[in-house]
Design a protein around this ligand. Structure first.
Ligand SMILES: [Zn+2]
Length: 73
């Protein structure tokens, strides 16, 4: 990037930006929000806003409940 300061890159919520849509019926879209162990990655990593982080968590939990995603690996 052309930025010359050392501050952290500002993250924007991909869902607020309309660049990502997640759906519990589509585990492919949820994979970006879980790590290799199947855990939901924290907001500081994903850059989600609080609303969408909670939304993501709900979708992942639903996907797990219907066996589309693993609880653990
Ligand atoms: Zn958002």
């Amino acid at each position: 990037m052309a930025e010359f300061n050392n501050r952290r890159k500002k993250k924007i919520c991909m869902m607020c930006a309309g660049k990502a849509k997640i759906d519990y019926k589509e585990p492919e879209t949820l994979k970006r929000y879980v790590n290799e162990k199947g855990k939901i990655v924290p907001r500081r990593v994903t850059g989600n806003c609080s609303f969408h982080q909670r939304y993501t968590a709900t979708q992942v939990k639903r996907a797990r409940a219907i066996a589309l995603m693993p609880y653990t690996k």
